[in-house]
Design a binder for this molecule. Structure first.
Ligand code: HEC
Ligand code: HEC
Ligand code: HEC
Length: 133
């Protein structure tokens, strides 16, 4: 004999459990990727396509540093017809001038703490230094 009283609720619970990942993702905020602030200066392009930057900017920064400091290669990159000197402060931060709302919004989310800012200045910090010089 079938027992309707337990089969129907049992089926409902089963369906809810199987589809858990679907509705959990739709309703939770845990999977929300941070929204980064694009350059306030209105620039439209990065030094490489956005997907490539997202995946490889840390590698690129190391390559730039080694090339500039170890190989003495102080050359420039051209983005949308404008030249930028290769560097963390000199290229990246000229466009992404709000470190807090750009770099940090991802790094806080992913718990990455680049040590670069122990020495390099963020635009905010550089601005406060200029006044005292
Ligand atoms: C000429 C201005 C400019 C320079 C210089 C620049 N960027 Fe960008 N960057 C942009 C713009 C504009 C976008 C958004 C591009 C898009 O969405 O197609 C972007 C996108 C990115 C993204 C992807 C963000 C996302 O949408 O998830 C990362 C990461 C990034 N840049 C890091 C860097 C780093 C690191 C440097 C220095 C090596 C750098 N950028 C130099 C303008 C610049
Ligand atoms: C779209 C999100 C995103 C943005 C925007 C972003 N980063 Fe990152 N960054 C990451 C992630 C994720 C990692 C860690 C990657 C890993 O560990 O493989 C990382 C790692 C790094 C590292 C290496 C740190 C380490 O300890 O290995 C450096 C340096 C770095 N980012 C610099 C920057 C700078 C400078 C900016 C702003 C110009 C920036 N990033 C913007 C997501 C982002
Ligand atoms: C101990 C201090 C210190 C730390 C930490 C540091 N840097 Fe530097 N960095 C320097 C100095 C000094 C220079 C040389 C500046 C010059 O001669 O133009 C430099 C130069 C560079 C350059 C070459 C172009 C430029 O901006 O002058 C890049 C790119 C760079 N650093 C990236 C990074 C990144 C990315 C990190 C973090 C992963 C980092 N640095 C951490 C001190 C530091």
């Amino acid at each position: 004999m079938y027992n309707k009283g337990t089969i129907i609720p049992g089926l409902i619970i089963f369906v809810l459990m199987v589809t858990f990942p679907l509705w959990f993702n739709a309703f939770s905020t845990a999977s929300t990727v941070p929204k980064v602030e694009l350059p306030p200066g209105g620039e439209k392009e990065c030094v490489a396509p956005a997907a490539e930057m997202r995946a490889n900017h840390m590698v690129m920064l190391n390559e730039w540093r080694d090339d500039v400091l170890r190989n003495g290669n102080r050359n420039t990159v051209t983005v949308a017809g404008k030249e930028y000197r290769r560097g963390l402060q000199m290229a990246c931060m000229e466009c992404h001038s709000n470190k807090e709302k750009f770099c940090d919004s991802c790094h806080v989310y992913t718990s990455v703490k680049p040590y670069c800012w122990d020495c390099h200045l963020t635009p905010t910090l550089a601005a406060t230094k200029k006044e005292t010089l």
